[in-house]
Design a protein around this ligand. Structure first.
Ligand code: IPE
Ligand code: IPE
Ligand code: MG
Length: 253
């Protein structure tokens, strides 16, 4: 049995997270540690994206949301931003068949109007082409900021003329980019940083958090399954006591 198979055998297929978010961090450090340009790390990171998407689909995870470029990342050096945009285009063009063959719906969250045409065109095309796919939703957070998203939702509600008494969590969630997706169960961050960096601030309220030292280009199938095993060992109490959670679980069983 391979190391991956033995890890997979430890997973309970009935208790997988429905929606996993990943803060894919550490590409630059991965490249710098090898004396290479940061873009080499971003390119290697796109191979991790492919590996983790493929395994998520195989396992039956319903939604995978990847933080690929933050609102703040626009402030990086112009050559790095340009290199990342070129790589994104390459990814969108190169992954088209994989996404369609695997019945994956591609979606994007963020201020997409800020993206250059060279990204926007293949992105819009693949989102439209894959809109009817149902097996998994792969969302790319691009030019995304959690605070921006909350403000965008508030503006949308005001524009709809939403009265204070009409506003509840469900209505608010309809205005977020993640409307219609299952609740975020697990957030993974690579590269040893212990922060959310403006990722899915509302949605992560009750998500389990998994931090790993692995840099994103090194985060492949085994590391992902370890994160899922770690998730399954958590007790999600959502404010209740452990005894309450157990008695509800017994009634459901
Ligand atoms: C994550 O890797 C990718 C993006 C933010 C676009 P980084 O580029 O942040 O890599 P480090 O954190 O500098 O190593
Ligand atoms: C978060 O990584 C954004 C993405 C992974 C796209 P950063 O590298 O930008 O975050 P900070 O600067 O370390 O908080
Ligand atoms: Mg970083």
């Amino acid at each position: 049995m391979s190391a991956l198979d033995s890890l997979l055998s430890q997973l309970d297929p009935k208790r997988l997270p429905r929606h996993v978010g990943i803060i894919m961090d550490g590409n630059g450090r991965w490249a710098e540690a090898r004396g290479q340009d940061r873009l080499v790390g971003h390119r290697e990171g796109s191979r991790s994206v492919r590996a983790i998407t493929r395994l998520s689909r195989r396992l039956g995870i319903r939604a995978l949301t990847l933080y690929a470029f933050s609102s703040q990342n626009w402030q990086r050096p112009a050559e790095e931003v340009a290199g990342l945009m070129a790589l994104l285009r390459e990814y969108l063009v190169g992954e088209r068949d994989e996404i369609m063959d695997n019945d994956i719906r591609l979606s994007a969250l963020g201020d997409l109007d800020k993206l250059p045409r060279l990204v926007r065109e293949p992105l819009d095309a693949l989102m439209a082409e894959s809109a009817g796919n149902r097996s998994m939703t792969l969302s790319l957070a691009l030019s995304y900021g959690g605070r921006d998203e909350l403000l965008m939702a508030c503006r949308a509600l005001l524009a709809q003329g939403c009265a204070p008494g009409e506003l509840d969590e469900a209505r608010f969630e309809q205005c977020l980019y993640t409307a219609g997706l299952p609740p975020l169960d697990l957030v993974i961050r690579t590269s040893g940083e212990l922060r959310l960096s403006n990722f899915l601030l509302w949605q992560s309220a009750y998500a389990e958090l998994h931090f790993t030292e692995a840099l994103w280009p090194d985060f492949r199938e085994e590391a992902f399954v370890r994160a899922l095993i770690d998730y399954q060992a958590r007790e999600r109490r959502l404010g209740l006591t452990s005894a309450q959670v157990h008695s509800t679980a017994m009634k459901l069983a």
